[in-house]
Design a binder for this molecule. Structure first.
Ligand code: FRU
Length: 478
């Protein structure tokens, strides 16, 4: 099969007309139809935020990757644009894989991985991944400039370039697999076309993964953050519970020297579904991260509905005094808020308290006072499928989803914050939930699949008392 942007557009028009919207996000970005995975090329260019993403327009399953494209003035109202890249060249004939975007003068440059097999595609020995460039003046139509970095000898998995500039020098990092060791390789360039090898920026120690996907590298408060998505980490207690992880290490780096990590690998989000995050800078200097709100090999019931995959809310990250990243919704997210409905401060004693019948797109703020709670479990429920609750015995905040008809059941959790107050900002969309704990201390994001009539929101306390100190909610809409 040969691919083109025109064919992809025709296919998407056809498919989007028959999409079942019951789980389609009201205020998150998802593909018009078909499959979506990683966010790519997040950038501010010529007055617009651009979000590209891994996209298969012809199916709700992953397949030959295209780059989908949308733009926004405010990071929350997105306008779909034509597919930006189709796998049409010899360098990317089996897929335009993940990558990034930079602004070079009046040009928007996409740097992405060309994925191709030389011979039988069933065999990784035939796999080659090369880095490619495409450029645009209008931010909508892209000219392919072809390959800029070939696969290093002996490697096969070599993908997901992230490019940034320091002074007059462009830097590029690529995730790679060397034997069973994940690596991040560094390159430099004066013109985005000719690249010099600069060695290995970071490498997995024992047990830290066989492949590091989607690396990103940036500064916050004078520290360097290496963010990446390692494959091959073993689960350990409450950590690394998803098939693949995404997280970061904090350290120092100067050009020409190796990155010196000063922290272990720390997961960025503790829910079931958050992967391949990418960061970018706003014109006013905030560092924003968007991730894919899904996990590889997890059931995606929306495939029955003609689409699959969505992106997370944009999140601002900051470096906390404890040298950990804090993540809060970008301030623009508040522009989605409709009227405010306060909740009364209340004591719950073995009871449920009704909030709304049908929560489809809503933000809640709940402040619990933990110190006098005797309930074994208390928190918020959405129908019978989702609970965001304090487990008093384990001293953890849990996100529990139960959709057995879709083979999605299980719990993720984080330790409760110190002190009395547990302050939660919870964002529910038609098939997602994102929980921000104590102004960015932790975050849990998961996909949810409530059926019709299963969207009643309630507060609850089981086997004892709990105290809601204050709270309220906003219906969200565009
Ligand atoms: C991460 C990833 C990337 C790759 C892309 C392919 O989710 O596997 O490493 O470029 O997805 O779609």
């Amino acid at each position: 099969m040969t691919f083109s942007i025109a064919d992809a557009e025709q296919e998407l028009q056809k498919r989007s007309a028959t999409l079942n919207p019951r789980w389609y996000p009201r205020y998150h970005l998802a593909a018009r139809a078909g499959w979506m995975n990683d966010p790519n090329g997040l950038v501010w260019f010529d007055g617009w935020y651009h979000a590209f993403y891994q996209h298969h327009p012809y199916s709700t399953q992953w397949g030959p990757m295209h780059w989908g494209h949308a733009r926004s003035k405010d990071l929350v109202h997105w306008e779909h644009l034509p597919v930006a890249l189709a796998p049409e060249g010899p360098e990317d004939k089996d897929g335009c894989f993940s990558g990034s975007a930079v602004v070079d003068g009046d040009t928007l440059a996409l740097i992405y991985t060309g994925h191709k097999f030389h011979g039988d595609p069933g065999n990784d020995d035939n796999l080659y991944q090369v880095q490619c460039l495409a450029t645009s003046r209008d931010g909508i139509h892209f000219e392919r400039q072809g390959q800029i970095i070939d696969t290093p000898a002996g490697l096969h998995h070599f993908r997901d370039p992230k490019v940034w500039r320091e002074g007059d020098t462009w830097y590029l990092i690529v995730g790679s697999r060397v034997g069973d060791t994940g690596q991040v390789r560094l390159y430099s360039s004066a013109d985005l076309r000719q690249w010099q090898e600069e060695g290995i920026l970071g490498e997995a120690q024992e047990g830290m993964g066989y492949m590091w996907e989607c690396p990103d590298f940036f500064m916050l408060n004078g520290k360097r953050i290496l963010m990446f998505s390692p494959q091959g980490l073993a689960a350990e207690g409450y950590r690394h519970r998803n098939l693949f992880q995404s997280g970061y290490m904090i350290g120092d780096w100067l050009p020409g020297q190796p990155f010196v990590a000063q922290s272990e690998f720390i997961e960025l989000d503790h829910g079931h579904d958050f992967y391949a995050p990418q960061s970018f800078l706003t014109p006013d200097g905030r560092r924003i991260v968007i991730g894919w709100l899904d996990m590889w090999e997890s059931p995606m019931p929306e495939q029955q509905d003609g689409w699959a995959g969505m992106l997370s809310l944009p999140r601002e990250i900051r470096l906390g005094a404890d040298n950990r990243l804090q993540m809060v919704p970008a301030e623009e997210v508040a522009t989605l808020r409709g009227s405010y409905y306060p909740l009364l401060a209340q004591q719950l004693h073995n009871q449920r308290s009704h909030i709304v019948d049908e929560a489809e797109a809503i933000e809640l703020e709940l402040v619990w006072s933990m110190k006098n709670a005797t309930a074994e479990s208390y928190g918020l429920a959405l129908g019978d499928g989702l609970r965001i609750a304090v487990d008093t015995q384990a001293q953890r905040l849990t996100l529990e989803r139960r959709y057995p008809q879709f083979a999605l059941e299980g719990t993720r959790s984080v330790a409760l914050p110190a002190g009395d107050r547990l302050s939660l900002r919870i964002f529910i969309d038609r098939s997602s939930v994102e929980v921000f704990v104590n102004d960015g201390e932790a975050c849990l994001s998961s996909r949810i699949y409530p059926l019709e009539g299963q969207r009643e929101l309630t507060l609850f306390a089981s086997n004892g008392r709990a105290t809601l100190h204050s709270g309220g909610y906003w219906p969200l809409d565009k």
